[in-house]
Design a protein around this ligand. Structure first.
Ligand SMILES: Cc1cc2nc3c(=O)[nH]c(=O)nc-3n(C[C@H](O)[C@H](O)[C@H](O)COP(=O)(O)OP(=O)(O)OC[C@H]3O[C@@H](n4cnc5c(N)ncnc54)[C@H](O)[C@@H]3O)c2cc1C
Length: 462
């Protein structure tokens, strides 16, 4: 729907001529995210300040215009796709570090800074922010917070919810709120910080964040471990999580993934290998030596096919090659891919993998599984060709069965990618009607006109 002239005039006043896109060709690209779903917005505005965000929300509220916040559009669920049209508000220019406070182990940033730019700022000061999505180079901290993003390090250091102190945000009522405090402890009022984190831009627009920092460990040791079955690998994951030396990465690859590496990469893996674990531990040299001994003896007791240990960054890079090579192979292999990021309690990983193998056989489609095993979080990839009607139908029928399997194992539909529109229609399988009603009521309190990222995250009607 074309934007009214009065709204265009107001947008130009708020943002200036150069920071408002109205041309359909300019707007087109802001209709995508990495889900490949698309709906063009009617206008795009590039915010440079909190005040502009407040003014833009007030304008959208006055004219009842849908407003979709965009970080860098790397989300995989269509959460940043403006499915109702309206205005896309991009925060990519709000990319400044506002205050670095090493004595408080905190940093305040604008929401549009990329995760990598933040980590690069922190590195010389020997700090890091824990969330480490593989998309770090491109994704924004605001997008990380809105999706409660994580990555391999979450097994030891947690996700955004565990590493954020305070947020500055704008509700759908165009009101500025400050949630939490700059302190590492605090129990005053309800925890609105954790509520906004993971709310996919449906409750408020985050403009600034005080993030909790951790000291950068000086050293790392990396192990690559091969097993002859996923059941043995699952036993090893439980054994590693049951001992005191928490890995800073505990990643898994299944036999489909290893087959792909054998076929499409120069890596040589023993034929008997049907599952791989990448285990990384960090610390100072003294503590690392102790942890390494514990990890190695825990693994050796399980009689894996092979344990390789890297003691230098170069050797570690070599061992990680297997894990890093997989994503590009998957991207180029099948014309289409459904990529889910389900989670189950760690003791259920083996049952999940057995069930996924059965579904792969029943629907005659490869399902390649890998991911953050230390959190029970698997990236489940159904490979298919949408141009083939049988494969297309099979992929679509297989997906709800995967979700049923996950829920039957006490799991959850998403560990880090979120819901967006891709999973919205499955959410009521996991959440009860009472929980959904409460969520709709919370949405109403933050955004009474339902203008912020409408129809995302959960089904709007019962
Ligand atoms: C190659 C690749 C690898 C990935 N690996 C990982 C991974 O390891 N772990 C992981 O967790 N994710 C991963 N992702 C998913 C994605 O990168 C993350 O979800 C990321 O946090 C999204 O950030 P973004 O800035 O691109 O957000 P966008 O895609 O622009 O937006 C995502 C959602 O956040 C909302 N939003 C954005 N900014 C704000 C804000 N300031 N205030 C309120 N709402 C906002 C949007 O409205 C939307 O709902 C990966 C994606 C790709 C493409």
């Amino acid at each position: 729907m074309p934007i009214k002239p009065a709204v265009v005039e107001a947008l130009l006043t708020i943002f200036g001529q150069d920071d408002v896109y109205l041309d359909a060709a300019d707007c087109w690209i802001y209709g995508y995210d990495n889900s490949k779903l698309h709906h063009p917005p009617d206008a795009v505005a590039m915010a440079s300040s909190h005040e502009q965000v407040v003014a833009c929300v007030a304008l959208c509220k006055e004219y009842q215009i849908p407003l979709t916040t965009r970080g860098r559009g790397t989300g995989t669920t269509g959460a940043a796709v403006p499915t109702s049209g309206g205005i896309v508000l991009s925060l990519e220019r709000m990319n400044q570090v506002l205050e670095f406070d090493p004595g408080n182990r905190s940093i305040r940033v604008q929401a549009g800074i990329t995760n990598l730019a933040l980590q690069n700022f922190l590195k010389p000061h020997h700090f890091f922010w824990a969330p480490d999505p593989s998309s770090a180079e491109y994704c924004s901290v605001g997008g990380n917070l809105a999706c409660n993003a994580a990555g391999p390090r979450a097994v030891k250091y947690g996700s955004c919810r565990d590493n954020t102190l305070r947020l500055k945000a704008v509700t759908g009522n165009a009101e500025t709120i400050i949630t939490g405090s700059k302190t590492s402890k605090g129990v005053v009022g309800l925890d609105l910080t954790r509520l906004l984190i993971g709310s996919e831009g449906c409750l408020a627009i985050i403009t600034e964040a005080d993030l909790k920092l951790l000291p950068l460990p000086s050293d790392k040791n990396t192990f690559r471990v091969l097993f002859s079955s996923h059941a043995e690998a699952s036993t090893a994951i439980q054994a590693l999580m049951a001992q005191a030396h928490t890995p800073c990465a505990l990643e898994f690859m299944d036999h489909h993934a290893l087959d792909l590496l054998r076929q499409h990469s120069p890596l040589e893996l023993p034929q008997a290998a049907a599952a791989m674990l990448m285990v990384e531990i960090d610390g100072d040299p003294d503590s690392l030596a102790v942890s390494s001994r514990h990890i190695e003896s825990t693994l050796a007791a399980l009689s894996p096919l092979e344990i390789n240990c890297a003691h230098s960054p170069e050797q570690a890079k070599e061992l990680w090659q297997a894990r890093k090579a997989l994503s590009p192979i998957l991207r180029n292999l099948a014309p289409n891919k459904i990529n889910e990021d389900v989670v189950v309690p760690i003791p259920q990983l083996s049952n999940l993998l057995t069930g996924l193998d059965q579904l792969s056989e029943r629907y005659n489609l490869p399902i390649v599984n890998f991911g953050h095993a230390g959190n029970g979080n698997l990236h489940v990839n159904i490979l298919y060709d949408a141009a083939d009607p049988i494969q297309d139908q099979n992929a679509k029928s297989c997906l709800p069965e995967i979700f049923s399997l996950v829920l039957s194992l006490d799991g959850t539909l998403s560990g880090e990618h979120g819901v967006g529109i891709a999973k919205r229609d499955y959410v009521d399988r996991e959440l009860g009607e009472t929980e959904l009603r409460l969520m709709r009521q919370i949405k109403q309190q933050f955004d009474p006109d339902l203008i912020l990222n409408p129809n995302k995250g959960w089904p709007t009607e019962s």
